[in-house]
Design a protein around this ligand. Sequence first.
Ligand code: 5AD
Ligand code: SF4
Length: 440
Amino acid sequence: MGPAMNAPKNPKTFHIKSYGCQMNVYDGERMAELLGAQGMTAAEAGEADLVVLNTCHIREKATEKVYSEIGRLRKHGEPMIAVAGCVAQAEGEEIARRAKVDVVVGPQAYHNLPELVSQAAAGTLALDTDMPAIAKFGALPSRRKVAPSAFLTVQEGCDKFCTYCVVPYTRGAEVSRPFAAIVDEAKSLVDAGAKEITLLGQNVNAWNDDAGTGLHGLILALDRIEGLKRIRYTTSHPNDMTQGLIDAHRDIEKLMPFLHLPVQHGSDRVLKAMNRSHSRDSYLRIIERVREARPDIALSGDFIVGFPGETDAEFEELLSLVDETAYAQAYSFKYSPRPGTPAAEMDGAIPAELMDERLQRLQAALNRDQAAFNAATAGRSCEVLLERPGKLPGQLIGKSPWLQSVHLMTDAQIGDMVEVDIVRADPNSLAGVERVKAAA
Ligand code: 5AD
Ligand code: SF4
């Protein structure tokens, strides 16, 4: 490996920049805790001795952002640069060939970050993209100080191999963390100030243990933690949506009425080509059962337009599925061919213009449904967990049970739960007036 000539010998300050999904946010927090435990302190990007780019590889644009960020950092100074996350896993040494970096560390190996940083400080490119199943969690320091709404990774990886997706290659096979380790971490998050915990996994509802507890059993255990007010989980796969988990939405009060259940498409031909292993109908039936269990549930999804060979008629089927489901919010993407995935070899690329037009039509439909969902909340009252300051003095922003942002004027503190009358609905947020303080 070539020497990293200009890297500071022993970085004292660090800055972590996370891209992409919520699991990267979680990993970024754990890396910060790890570096903090080594005596390093957090600093602004421009001032840090070590910059960690915690990267995303899901779509082309996400990857390109990383390379331009490295270029920017190199222009303005000579920090030690560590590339972590899924680009590190997918591209490995290739990154060091394309850009000047000091450390490359995959998402399953970041517990070795301090060692890799020392190695880089000694002048060698430090690379670790090993994938020991969930070994990292045992090697990370415990949770100390967290936001009112905290993430907790319970499951990683994916065995589904959708034909467009890099996740099975970057995050590895589906692995569940042990029950006891999760419950312990949840307790320490609550001790550290968390009121809400979002359980994370690429296929979070595939979480299980040898006893066959299932995600609903895990949620039931977390339900008993005193001081924990809200439980969420994301992202789920339709095939792992068990009746137990659906029933949990009816039975467990702390489990919030929100479900992110990506369908990706509405045409059976495209779903098959995507290797989704569910049909349009089987997906819609799951939604029906979820709504039976929890009629007010807010549904969220992911969609891909412009998959190879997508015809006009097939795209219309996607729109009709969206109409039928009426999502409360959603994410939609243009198909992006990823190297090494089966879909990247498929014929029938959709021209850029048509891709844009389809995305716009889909997003117009999704925006319409989101605005309607928000409008239906106006005039109701709900609990809001206050999470951050608003723009105005005395204003705080929090989340409704349905994951909408709610802003209000209040004397309450960040981390408090307050009862709020929703007085106005905007397309992307709600305005509220505080009612009575809920018991802390
Ligand atoms: N192109 C476009 N979107 C993709 N996603 C995953 N892979 C691709 C790709 N190659 C989307 C899916 C997934 C979300 C996280 O990203 O909709 O659910
Ligand atoms: Fe990717 Fe499909 Fe696995 Fe989701 S289920 S992470 S889209 S392969």
